[in-house]
Design a protein around this ligand. Structure first.
Ligand SMILES: *Cc1c(COP(=O)(O)O)cnc(C)c1O
Length: 390
């Protein structure tokens, strides 16, 4: 029994459901308002847009659906290209492919692990050229249409220079803020810059409604079109006349009810995530070969998953060996995503000068970061990582 307690499983990230979730969901079930028509969908959109500081929000079934819809409404289509980081979860790259366009993969910064904005500028300057109807990648001859920065692991991409580049080349910006709701950039919430910003409320995100996403924008017409496209593009709902090939992408009232209850706790969750991060930083500060992410002055990370790099030369073992050692003790950790540029499904996509992402990938390890993680439980991975040092 003692042993069992000692080896209690510590998950990487699990949702914390301790607010009004039951109450609001029960209300949906009791009143029969379960479908995408209902007051919680509206409330969820209102509080989320207000929280981030955008004018309009459209709730979707997933972050992936939000990204797909945003790309369509940006006018991304077959044969176009969208510039994005190579080190990210696969969903944003997949949504580019859904439209028939191709991602262009750019490297990440070695200290923040975010899209390297300087390399984006170099790629556009050196590898692209203007022809009469736009900017063309001279390697693929495809047209560059947009930049899709992904704020990974709760940390903001350096948006001011990125927006300046986008303006210079006339490119649209779609932000993937799925992992970074509540993070800040220069004193404002992440998700304020792009023509669209997309959120996810998937089970392991900072706040969750089981599954869900959100499109944010300041453009009223685009918000209306997003609402239209995500509900089967009905021009005449009685006669069933459709003005476009639409999607069934709208969030249900039940999920939105849970989302509202979770949003009520978001600020508290961020405080907790940041406390978890500072405990890891303190607890592992003097461990040789455990490298922490830099938090620049313009950034306030939401520390979605607290992630370190493991330098085998200094630490004595690599990130995967550490992962297995922690797993044997019931502690769940996870590597970074395999860089997308070298994945089989993206071999027909262009990649520009990737020299950093592979090292971050091989060294990266995300540590247990649940909002409900107790101080006592967090001491175990810290102690074991210290012990594993040679
Ligand atoms: C989770 C995630 C998504 C997709 O969100 P879903 O709601 O799971 O579809 C998109 N982009 C990033 C970076 C993510 O982490």
């Amino acid at each position: 029994m003692m042993n069992k307690l000692k080896n209690k499983t510590i998950p990487l990230s699990e949702p914390l459901i301790c607010g009004n979730e039951w109450k609001y969901v029960k209300e949906c079930l009791d009143t029969g308002w379960v479908s995408p028509v209902g007051k919680y969908v509206e409330t969820f959109e209102k509080i989320t847009s207000r929280y981030v500081g955008r004018k309009y929000a459209v709730a979707c079934v997933s972050g992936t659906a939000a990204l797909h819809t945003s790309l369509i409404l940006t006018g991304i289509g077959p044969g176009d290209e969208v510039v994005m980081p190579t080190l990210t979860f696969v969903a944003p790259a997949n949504t580019v492919r859904y439209t028939g366009a191709y991602p262009v993969f750019v490297d990440v910064c070695s200290d923040t692990w975010q899209l390297d904005v300087d390399k984006v500028a170099l790629f556009l300057k050196k590898e692209c050229r203007w022809i009469k109807n736009g900017l063309v990648n001279r390697h693929t001859r495809r047209k560059i249409k947009a930049i899709l920065p992904v704020h990974v692991m709760g940390y903001p991409v350096d948006m001011d220079p990125l927006m300046a580049i986008a303006r210079k080349y006339g490119l649209a910006v779609i932000e993937d803020a799925a992992e970074s709701l509540g993070a800040e950039y220069k004193g404002e919430k992440v998700g304020r810059h792009g023509l669209f910003a997309c959120l996810s409320f998937n089970g392991n995100k900072v706040v969750t409604c089981g599954g869900g996403g959100m499109i944010l924008t300041d453009d009223k017409r685009l918000a209306e079109q997003a609402r239209y496209l995500t509900t089967q593009a009905k021009d005449d709902p009685i006669e069933n006349i459709h003005g476009a090939v639409g999607y069934n992408y709208r969030l249900t009232n039940i999920q939105a009810a849970m989302g509202v209850a979770q949003m009520e706790q978001l600020d508290r969750y961020i405080v907790k995530k940041r406390r978890i991060a500072s405990l890891y930083r303190q607890g592992l500060a003097d461990v040789a070969g455990i490298i922490h992410q830099v938090e620049n002055p313009e950034a306030v990370s939401s520390y979605w998953l607290y992630t370190v790099l493991v330098d085998k030369k200094l630490y004595g073992r690599d990130s995967r060996a550490l992962m297995l050692a922690l797993k044997a003790e019931g502690i769940q950790t996870r590597p970074f995503w395999h860089p997308l540029y070298s994945q089989k499904i993206f071999t027909d996509s262009y990649a520009y000068e990737i020299t950093v992402a592979d090292r971050i990938y091989s060294q990266g390890l995300s540590l247990p970061s649940s909002v409900g993680l107790s101080l006592q439980d967090q001491k175990r991975p810290i102690a074991l990582i210290r012990l594993g040092q040679r």
